[in-house]
Design a protein around this ligand. Sequence first.
Ligand code: NBG
Length: 819
Amino acid sequence: MKKRGQTQQFDKASFKASVKKHLITTYAQNIETASDKHWYLAVGKALAEISTGNLLETEKRVANAQTRSVNYFSLEFLIGRLTGNNLISLGLYEQISDAVAELGLQLTDLLEQERDPALGNGGLGRLAACFMDSLAAQEFPSVGYGLHYQYGLFQQSFIDGHQIELPDAWRAAEGYPWEVQRPELNKFVGLYGDVSTYTDEKGQQHRRWNPAVTLQGIAWDLPIIGYQNQSVFPLRLWECRAPVPFNLAKFNDGDYVGAQQTQIAAGNVTKILYPNDNHDQGKVLRLTQQYFHCACSIADIICRHLKNGHEIKSLSKFEAIQLNDTHPTIAIPELMRVLLDEHKLSWNDAWEIVSNTFAYTNHTLLPEALETWSEALIGELLPRHLEIIFEINHRLMVQVEAKWPGNNEVKRKLSIIAEGKSRMVRMANLCVASTYAVNGVAALHSELVKRDLFPEFDELFPGRLQNVTNGITPRRWLKYCNPQLSALISEKIGTEWPAHLEQLEAISQFANDTKFQQRFAEIKKQNKQRFADWVAENLDIELDTNAIFDVQIKRLHEYKRQHLNLLHILSLYHRLLNDPTFDMHPRVFIFAAKAAPGYALAKDIIYAINKVADKVNNDPRLEGKLKVVFVPDYRVSLAEIIIPAADVSEQISTAGKEASGTGNMKLALNGALTIGTMDGANVEIREEVGDDNIFIFGLLVDDVEKLKAEGYNPHAYYEQDSLLKASIDLLDNNEFDVTDCAAFSNIRHNLLEGGDPYLVLADFADYVNAHNRIDAEYRNQTQWVKKTILNTALVGKFSSDRSIRDYVNNIWKLTALPK
Ligand code: NBG
């Protein structure tokens, strides 16, 4: 038997033969004329052969281990390109690079052919991908459950500075080489219809849902390859189709459109990923997606459980289900329905299982992101589920009455059903009432979940509310994306760190070592050059790598305050032109961000940044000191070249609004210094790297609340601070070549007459000060490089391996697979 727990065994000759075989037989290409794209597909397929074998092997080991698995339910998995990363996990990067070189090809060119599978919006989806990687790296039995969207997050381009959205067909016409269909796992899912009561042969009454519509769930597996351990776990994505391909009778009658209607409607369910980050749009199709996802996944878990020879009653002993935000909450009533109506369990037995199976992660406090669904809509689409939700709520209200007798106010607050003109089902309340653990995603956020969002629930269910600070996978976010820095680290501290990131601390002993500093700085410089070359080639903007590369990359949202960054840029522009004594080290401000298509102000901010960029990049009076680059179509593969090139990491959300952030961790790990507010995981990053190695500014959570309570007046700041006034006024005059004047005035209006809801003006002065400190400190390169080394060295805590261990120990209670 081959020994496990090592890197994959590899036979170069047979690998090359397999690539050629796929090129010819799978993709019908001639060896002599095949394009890089077809070679990439063939290489992907040849590698997928290895991982699919290991996936089946791992499934058997999980079944034999007879221990608990976690099922990670998420509407989003922002996995990014798989091929390069999978090569790292297989431990075959060098060997495959050699093998394809012998075929006359360059591996890096082939890897560029892969389109990012953008099956997520932002941090929440990327976190799910990092978590899957860390589960596999540590061999914890796990399945990721998601949707097989035909189109991922829209592709973004700019026309005259405006965001344009195009469909993202992430799968090539030839298919995605890493995915395999699992037809034996396909499922049927009902919708609509009614509920009836019947009496069984034992004389017991039961409820039965008679759906009016049936959909089919097609199972696709993507391999999650454990880091150099040969275990492979599935990311199982459901595609929706109609059970019958088309209506033959209608077709024969000549009604060609009518004949396809059911198939079209079913196809729409998994057609697109909803492009909203931190925002709930409340669309019927979205609820349908959520239910379709949950119904397929719950059915799959139960099938597996029974197939492994277990009784239904022992479900929670073998399966935990983690709800990634409230998006898959409908899984709770779905599991109740299956246990009550299909397995004929009593309410108490079913509830015992459900409330020991589910756990829920909250990722936001923003009211507009907390999902609610109209009771009428749920009643129509899922009539049986609504009954079950009512019963859960009834029992919850009994508990509330027992704890706070006669207190209707607490009842109104905790109720799953919100009263009002149209009654709404609050998914977060349903989650807290039905799960055994609820967690926030950074220490500060988890405190606010307890203090502000669910204080009474915390009293009612002591200990249920917990914290698990987010993390990022060091394999993709250092080893893969920054190969030179990785090599330097390995040279100094050995090669174990990608699986034990806390070992990086040993690097801090070299922080004052001149030789090491030089090498560290040289690598940063080369990474800046790599990115500058990309920008020159793709955006036709020349960047000087001696400038400070100042990076803000994340979804565009008012609370993330890209417009605060913009105001600072305008202030520099103003000073460079008007203050002859002003001196600054050259800076390049780099943005990348998608705005939700329906988020008008976010789009205006993109437009404004683009217009300011056009001007400053071409204004000779600035002598090249100020450059602004807005990189279109932000995605994982772009993050992989921007992050290693960053000197400064902008994490400038209004305190209390960013639950955690994870880009902050990636940038610090790659040696960028954070300029940030005391928000989300910035607080913990500061704790780790120390006050001297981070630039903290701005109001604290309590200050924000106090200022708002006192009656915040942005005009006062505008009038009193001449630099702020000059910067805002630049939004108003004809300094920039603006065709859409409304976009500029909307931003100005939002900040002044609109009341500046995210306190941009209140934080401006302190933000400018922090930037002035950055400017001064960057000029002392020895000190600066020392700080960047310490950032890399001291952020080991933010490995998603540690986050997963926290979940495993405190929530999921899993055992790693035996070797
Ligand atoms: C996001 C938060 C981020 C956090 C990620 C992952 C949602 C609803 N929330 O701060 O805004 O890092 O979740 O936890 O997308």
